[in-house]
Design a binder for this molecule. Structure first.
Ligand code: MG
Ligand code: ZN
Length: 217
């Protein structure tokens, strides 16, 4: 029983700081997204392709979460976009405190969209509010169409589902309609984008959505 109490206290403290983060992000007029997926679903690829299409139109910044390396942050840095790396040293999710501290390095920059790339994991990132406006869950067609049923919490807590690697559909045993049906059985309000960061299919629609949300901030 004491374990449950400790966990609840940690989450309460996290939510308190997440709410302060969110107020700060909104005050700055930023649209903030928390990108969650399994390792290898294409979070960094999606951010890279989005930057290429949108960086002339708006100011983008990225907070990169990683268990061990700064490889992803180097990829973002190569595109000339401000990026802060959080290395969790083994921890399997970001929390609101880590994001608060990382954001201090971006505080003085004019930002329209902030992407927070979470650690590759579909389990605990679902429970940790970072202060984002929206959670985006990404799944790729190589992962199988039963993911929403196996990891319902992250699909319930997200506003957007991005199905990535649709260029691989002819080669994998995955049905996009089944992914969508399973995801909507958990969260009927999920907005869905089908994309390929390789062929660029669907990336324009995703960017149009982001543009619209930025203008609404
Ligand atoms: Mg990555
Ligand atoms: Zn974790």
């Amino acid at each position: 029983m004491s374990l449950i109490t400790v966990e609840r206290k940690i989450l309460e403290k996290n939510d308190e700081i997440a709410n302060i983060n969110r107020e700060k992000f909104r005050f700055k007029g930023m649209f903030t997204l928390n990108l969650v997926s399994s390792p290898g679903s294409g979070k960094t690829c999606l951010i890279e392709q989005t930057i290429k299409l949108l960086k002339e139109k708006m100011n983008i910044a990225v907070i990169e979460g990683d268990v061990q390396t700064n490889i992803d942050a180097q990829r973002i840095d190569a595109l000339g976009v401000p990026v802060v790396q959080i290395v969790t040293n083994g921890a399997c999710h970001l929390d609101a405190m880590l994001v608060r501290d990382a954001f201090q390095k971006l505080n003085d920059i004019d930002i329209n969209i902030l992407f927070i790339e979470n650690v590759g994991n579909l389990v605990c990132p679902a429970a940790y509010d970072l202060g984002e406006e929206m959670k985006v869950v990404i799944i790729s067609t190589t992962e199988g169409d039963d993911k929403p049923l196996k990891y319902p919490a992250i699909f319930r807590n997200s506003e957007v589902l991005v199905i990535n690697k649709i260029d691989l559909l002819p080669h994998v045993n995955c049905d996009v309609d089944t992914i969508i049906k399973n995801a909507h059985s958990i969260n009927s309000g999920l907005k869905v984008f089908e994309v390929s960061c390789t062929s660029m299919e669907g990336i324009n629609e995703w960017c149009e959505f982001l543009l619209y949300e930025v203008k609404s901030q």
